[in-house]
Ligand binder design. Structure first.
Ligand SMILES: Cc1ncc(COP(=O)(O)O)c(C=O)c1O
Length: 368
C-alpha cells in the first residue's frame, strides 16, 4: 500500500497495459519508446491524451492544453518569464512550501525586469502554515497582472477550492493562475475562471517530468517573444506540444491513466471517492485527539494529503515501523515538517484507507 506523496500510486490497469504493450504496441513490432513522435502510432496517443484532459477536466474551448516538460517547477519560472513585464505587479498567495518556491522564482525574474512580486502569506510563523489563503489575504488585486495560488499544498496538507475554503478571484483585467499539481482531476473543478492551470503529472495523472498546462488563449497570445523557444507557451501551442521531441512514454502512460480515470466515472466520481477516503483518515484523527493531531484548520484540510503528528518522535517512529510491517509505505511526512503524511491520490483505493484507519485506531488503543 503506497501512500507516498509523489511519484504516487498509479492505477494498476494503466501499468499493466503498459506492460502488455511494452515491446509491441498495436502489432507494430516496436515499443512506443521506439516510435517516431511524428508517426501515426504515437500521434494517435498524443491526441488522445490531449482530448482526455479536455474531456475529464471539462476544459473550455477558450483554453489550450499543453504537455510540457520540466515538471511543475519549470512553470514557476516560465509564468513570470512570459507574463511579468516591466512595471507589472503580481501577487503570490502562499500557504505552504510550493507557493514559497513559486514565489522565489518569480522574485528572481521580477528583479531582472523591473516588475514587482507581492507575497500574501498565511504563515503564522516562518514555515508554519495551517490554512489556505483567502480573498481577504490577497487584499486589493486591482491593476495586478496576475495572482498565483496553489490549490493543494502537498507538504502542509492544505487545500482550497471547497465551499469552506473557496478559490480567491482577481480584479477584472488580471489573470488567476493556479498550481494544481497535487489535486488536478482529483475532484470536479471549474477551470473557466483560471487563465492558467498547471499540474505536474506524478500525483494523480501520470509519471513525473510531464506537466499539464491549461492556458486561456488570450494569455497564450501574450507569451514573451524574447524568450528561447522552449520557454514560450505560444511556441508549444503552435507545435501541438511537439515543438521538440515530446516525452512520448510519459504521455503514453498518462493516456493510460486518464483512460482508467474515465472508466471510473471521471473527476466528479473520483472527487466523491477521494472525499470518503480522506474522511476515513481524518475520522480516526478526530476520534483520538490525545494521540493524533492535525495542525491544519478544518476548512483547509486537504483531501489529497492528510498530515498529522503524534506526541513524540519516538511514537512516530513506532507508528511508522508498525505501518511498514503491515506493508503500508510512504507515510513519513516531508523532512521539513516531520510527522506523518497520508497521500490519497486517485489510484489509492478505499480499502487501503480502511486498513490504515484500522491500524491507526489499534495503535491508539495500545499507545493512546
Ligand atoms: C503543489 C506542487 N507544486 C509543484 C511541485 C513540483 O513538481 P515537480 O517536481 O514536478 O517540479 C510539487 C511536487 O511535489 C507539488 O506538490
Amino acid at each position: 500500500m503506497n501512500f507516498g506523496a509523489g511519484p504516487g500510486t498509479l492505477p494498476l490497469a494503466a501499468l499493466e497495459r503498459a506492460q502488455r504493450e511494452f515491446i509491441d504496441i498495436e502489432g507494430t513490432g516496436m515499443s512506443v519508446l521506439e516510435h517516431s513522435h511524428r508517426g501515426s502510432t504515437y500521434e494517435k496517443i498524443h491526441l488522445e491524451a490531449l482530448a482526455l484532459v479536455r474531456e475529464l477536466g471539462a476544459v473550455p474551448e477558450s483554453h489550450e492544453i499543453l504537455l510540457l516538460q520540466g515538471g511543475a517547477t519549470m512553470q514557476f519560472g516560465m509564468i513570470p518569464m512570459n507574463f511579468l513585464r516591466a512595471g507589472d505587479a503580481a501577487t503570490y498567495a502562499v500557504s505552504g512550501t510550493w507557493g514559497e518556491k513559486a514565489l522565489e522564482d518569480a522574485k528572481t525574474v521580477a528583479q531582472d525586469r523591473g516588475a514587482k512580486v507581492l507575497e500574501a502569506s498565511t504563515a503564522a510563523a516562518k514555515g508554519c502554515y495551517t490554512r489556505a489563503a483567502s480573498q481577504a489575504d490577497l487584499g486589493s488585486t486591482a491593476g495586478q497582472r496576475y495572482v498565483h495560488i496553489t490549490s493543494n499544498e502537498t507538504i502542509h496538507g492544505i487545500q482550497m477550492g471547497s465551499a469552506e475554503a473557496p478559490f480567491p478571484s482577481i480584479a477584472t483585467g488580471g489573470h488567476l493562475i493556479c498550481d494544481m499539481s497535487s489535486d488536478f482531476l482529483s475532484r470536479k473543478a471549474d477551470l473557466a475562471p483560471f487563465s492558467l492551470v498547471y499540474a505536474g503529472a506524478q500525483k494523480n495523472v501520470g509519471p513525473s517530468g510531464l506537466c499539464v498546462v491549461i492556458i486561456r488563449k488570450d494569455l497564450l497570445a501574450e507569451s514573451n517573444p524574447k524568450l528561447p523557444s522552449m520557454l514560450r507557451y505560444d511556441v508549444a501551442a503552435k507545435g501541438g506540444s511537439m515543438h521538440n521531441t515530446p516525452p512520448t512514454f510519459a504521455v503514453y502512460l498518462m493516456r493510460n491513466v486518464l483512460l482508467w480515470l474515465k472508466g471510473e466515472g471521471g473527476a466528479a466520481a473520483l472527487g466523491e471517492r477521494n472525499a470518503k477516503k480522506a474522511a476515513c483518515i481524518y475520522g480516526v484523527i478526530n476520534a483520538h485527539p490525545a494521540l493524533y493531531a492535525c495542525p491544519v484548520e478544518v476548512a483547509s484540510r486537504s483531501q489529497m494529503n492528510v498530515i498529522f503528528r503524534l506526541p513524540s518522535e519516538e511514537l512516530e517512529k513506532q507508528f511508522l515501523k508498525g505501518a511498514e510491517e503491515r506493508k503500508m509505505h510512504g507515510l513519513k511526512g516531508h523532512r521539513s515538517v516531520g510527522g506523518m503524511r497520508v497521500s490519497l491520490y486517485n489510484a489509492v483505493p478505499m480499502e487501503w484507507c480502511e486498513a490504515l484507519a484500522e491500524y491507526m485506531a489499534t495503535f491508539a488503543k495500545t499507545h493512546g
